[in-house]
Each structure stands twice: as C-alpha cells, then as structure tokens.
Design a protein around this ligand. Structure first.
Ligand code: AMP
Length: 496
C-alpha cells in the first residue's frame, strides 16, 4: 500500500488474498485494481450480497471472481455458479476464472447449449468448483436432476439486464428454486431498470450497492483527444517527437509508476526540456515546490503519477500526455480533465502499443471518449511544419532599414537566392528534431491491426477471453503510409 497526498492507493496486496490467488493475479498481469474491483472485492470477501452497476470491460469478472475463489473451501463440489446471458460470455468468464484461479487448483466448467449434455455432466461430477452457465441449459440440467449434490455457496448473475432483455427472467426465477437458501448472491448489471430491482429484491439479502458508472463524461469539446500507436521501445522517442511537434505551453505527462515518472523526467531534462517529476515518494515540501514552480511557468512539464496529480487545478495546461495508457476509464477522464479548463482549448495525447488496444477500446467504450488516431510525424514532417509556419510569419513581417542595408551589402558577395537558402538552412539547423525519421505504426498498419483486433474482440464479448492480440510486428512489412498527421505547424521544440 502506498500513500500519495494522504490518499490511500489500493493495490492487490491490500485485499489479503491467499498466496495462490495472488499468484493468479500477478500472472494475469494485473497491477492495480479497477474501481469496481477496489469496491467489490472486500465486500464479496466478507460474504455480503452485492448489487453492482458496472459495464463490460470494467474488470467485473475479477471483481466477483477473485474474492469468491479466495473463499472456496475445496472438495465440496460446485461452490460458485455464474449465470451469464450468452455462450460467448459464459466461456469468456469461465476462461478468466480459470486463468485467475488455476494456481489455487480451481476447476472450471462452462455449460451452455449446443454441447454434449453427458460431457458437461461428467466434467462437473469430476470435481468442478466453478460452473459458468447460460440460463436455458442450466435449467435443463437442473430440471432433469443431472447434477448430484448441487449446492453452490456463491451465485453470480452476470449482465443481468442483458439476460432480462433476452427473455430469461422466468428461467432465472426457476433456477433459483433449485439453489440453496443459504448462499451469497452477487448481481452485476450495466443498467438498473425496475425489472432488475424487482428481481434483486427477490434473490438478494440485504445487499450492498456498488455503482462505478463514470460520473463525468468526456464530451468536453475543448479537448482534442488523440492516440498514437507505437512499439514499446519507441515510447521515449515518440514522447520527445510529440513534444517537439505540439510545442505545448504547460503540460502534464502521466506515468504508471513513480519510478517511470522519475526516469522519464530525467530523460526529458537530459534532452533539454524543463521537466520535473511529481509523485508520492517525494517529500510534501518538495512536491509543493514542484507544483508552485510549474504554476509560475518556471518549469513546462510535470511528469506525474495519477495519485500525485489528483486534484491539481491549474487553468493553463495546454497538453496532457498519457505516456502509458491508464487501465481504467475513470483515470483517463480524470487525467485529461487537467487540460481544457475554464473554457480554454486543450490537447490530450495517448501513446498505445498494439497490446494496449484492449485498454484503449475499454476507455472509449466505457467513457465515450472520442479519441482519434494520428500518425507520429516524421522528422521531415516536423521540419515541413516548421517551414510552413515560418513562411506564414515571413509573409506578414515588416523589416528594418538596417537589415535592408545589410542585405544590399551582402548582395555583392552572393546572389539573393543563395542568401535566402543559407539563412533558412541556418534557422533549420537550430531546429534539431531528435530520434529516427519514423516512429510508430503507419495509418495503414494501424487500420489492419484494429480490424483484426475488432474481429477478435468485437461485439458484446469484447475485451475478455484468453486470446491475446499477438501482433507487435509491423504488418505488411513495416511500410509507413502517408497521411494521418496534420500538425499545428507550431514552432517545434521547446528545448532550453
Ligand atoms: P471484464 O470487465 O471482467 O470483462 O474485464 C475486461 C478485461 O480487463 C479482461 O481482459 C481482464 O483480464 C482485464 N482486467 C480485469 N481487471 C484488470 C486489472 N486490474 N488490471 C488489468 N487488466 C484487468
């Protein structure tokens, strides 16, 4: 557990899971709990009934799965029953439960129509602890008394509103007649229409209510939101390139960890930017001083962790950079809300690798944020933008008589074209753009990857399952297309 700004930051250690469950969490790559997990896990672990409003993609499977698997006694037949509306969701939830519970020896079975009945029964009798089922097939099994000693101590209704929309209310009510009175019941639903409340009154006992629907919506039209697709190793270069291109005024760069914030600020300073780290390992006095110098404009960039930047109210932040995409949509909303304040325009930039498309889609889906793709500009494009900007300024520029005299004096030594070319070249020399010419994936490559991602995770079974997006290679041989990027033509580079 860490503290920043006196706020308590919850991590998975806080919950006190058994060793084998904690290993499943680690192996799944989960670092920080999502809001629904933060709220639901302790309550479910205590054994209370829960009614939770949470959308797909918020991490709700682990929110009910981890604490209920942690409470499993073992060797008592089916202990957890999860009822889900569709085959896809049932198999996806079952796979996630397996992934998280495998080290604790949890055996999972998915039960749905279209599969051999005898095989399902056999798998369950062989000692499954967790059964994830669709309502129709489950009721069929129960009515035919195919399961011996079926008495789950935890029953989860997942996507309850969806099940009611699909006409499963009667089936669900019938299923509950077969379940033991003495049980813990958890109801998860994206919406809470009256029919769900009525069902909840029937099947839940003094439930705790949880609601993680994002309060703010990211429809602030003053914030332009963009994402850039890069490879993991390109993060630093992409960051530098985007700073050079965007020429932010004041900006906040969000990192996932304190160490990352420290490292990145050191890199940025060594490359000539006036950046300072802000995180919870710093003393309060040091943090106050960092924030004060940022407010006064003595430093241009804060490289911060989420918690340290919580509540920062600075009106003239022009850019927010997500050096790493945050896991949960609320964190994204909170971060980008540091810009575009008090009617001013702002830009929110997010770096993602193809392995982070899941997080990106979840943020877009849950928060409704209109985040648009852009290609990282090449060195050539940055210079071209600089020149376009320079020419626009040249056209309107008056000049002094003194300069005219100098140019006339020089015209004896070289012709006017050479003079203009040399003068502009000198200006461009000062306009150093660091890194390789091209950074990140081209728009064509991103389009293909997104298409592949959507066909794997698309539809309502989105973002779950075991399949992982495997492509960290450049499809199509790594060709970079044109287009996508249209910079602001800023002066480029804020190196001091
Ligand atoms: P769900 O809402 O349960 O369908 O989860 C959506 C996706 O988020 C799944 O692929 C999970 O594996 C993943 N996930 C859930 N919790 C976390 C977490 N705390 N950190 C990272 N990924 C998570």
């Amino acid at each position: 557990m860490t503290t920043d700004n006196n706020d308590v930051q919850v991590n998975f250690d806080t919950f006190g899971f058994k060793k084998d469950i904690a290993k499943g969490v680690r192996e799944a790559g989960f670092r920080m709990p999502s809001p629904i997990q933060e709220q639901a896990i302790p309550i479910v672990m205590k054994g209370s009934d829960v009614i939770a409003r949470a959308q797909t993609g918020t991490g709700k499977t682990a929110a009910f799965g981890l604490p209920s698997m942690n409470n499993i006694k073992g060797g008592r037949g089916v202990e957890i029953l999860i009822i889900a509306p569709t085959r896809e969701l049932a198999s996806q939830v079952s796979e996630e439960m397996f992934r998280l519970g495998r080290y604790a020896g949890v055996k999972t079975v998915a039960v749905y129509g279209g599969q051999s009945i005898s095989r399902q029964v056999e798998m369950i009798q062989r000692g499954a602890n967790v059964v994830t089922a669709t309502p129709g097939r489950l009721l069929d099994h129960l009515r035919s008394k195919r399961f011996r000693n079926f008495a789950p101590s935890v029953v989860v209704l997942d996507e309850a509103d969806e099940m009611l929309d699909m006409g499963f209310l009667e089936d669900i009510e019938a299923i509950f007649k077969f379940l033991p009175e003495e049980r813990q019941t958890l109801l998860f639903s994206a919406t809470m229409p009256p029919a769900i409340r009525k069902l909840a009154n029937k099947i839940l006992k003094t439930p705790v209510s949880i609601d993680v629907t994002p309060k703010e919506v990211t429809t602030n039209v003053d914030i332009a939101q963009h994402y850039y697709v890069i490879e993991e190793r390109e993060r630093e270069e992409a960051m530098v390139r985007l700073i050079d291109t965007e020429s932010p005024g004041k900006s906040i760069v969000f990192c996932r960890t304190k160490r990352e914030a420290d490292n990145l600020s050191t890199v940025l300073v060594s490359r000539g930017y006036s950046a300072r780290a802000l995180h919870g390992d710093m003393e309060q006095r040091q943090r106050n001083e960092t924030i004060a110098s940022f407010k006064k404009g003595q430093s241009d960039m804060l490289v911060a962790t989420d918690v340290a930047a919580r509540g920062l109210d600075i009106t003239d932040v022009t850019h927010v950079f997500n050096y790493h995409i945050p896991f949960n949509p609320e964190s994204y909303i909170h971060r980008i809300g540091r810009t575009g304040r008090a009617g001013k325009k702002g830009v929110a930039i997010t770096l993602v690798t193809p392995l982070e498309f899941k997080e990106l889609s979840r943020i877009m889906k849950v928060s409704g944020a209109p985040i648009k793709y852009r290609e990282v500009p090449s060195i050539h494009e940055v210079k071209q933008n600089y020149m376009d900007d320079l020419f626009a300024r040249l056209k309107d520029r008056d000049f002094d008589d003194e300069i005219l005299d100098m140019v006339q004096g020089l015209s004896g030594e070289m012709d006017v074209t050479s003079l203009a070319c040399k003068a502009l070249s000198l200006l461009l020399d000062d306009q150093k753009v660091a890194g390789p010419n091209r950074i990140g994936f081209s728009s064509g490559a991103v389009e293909k990857m997104m298409h592949r991602f959507k066909s794997q995770y698309g539809g309502r079974k989105q973002y779950g399952g075991q399949k992982r997006y495997g492509g960290n290679k450049r499809p199509g041989g790594g060709g970079y297309g044109k287009g996508g990027y249209r910079g602001r033509g800023g002066s480029g580079g804020r190196r001091k």
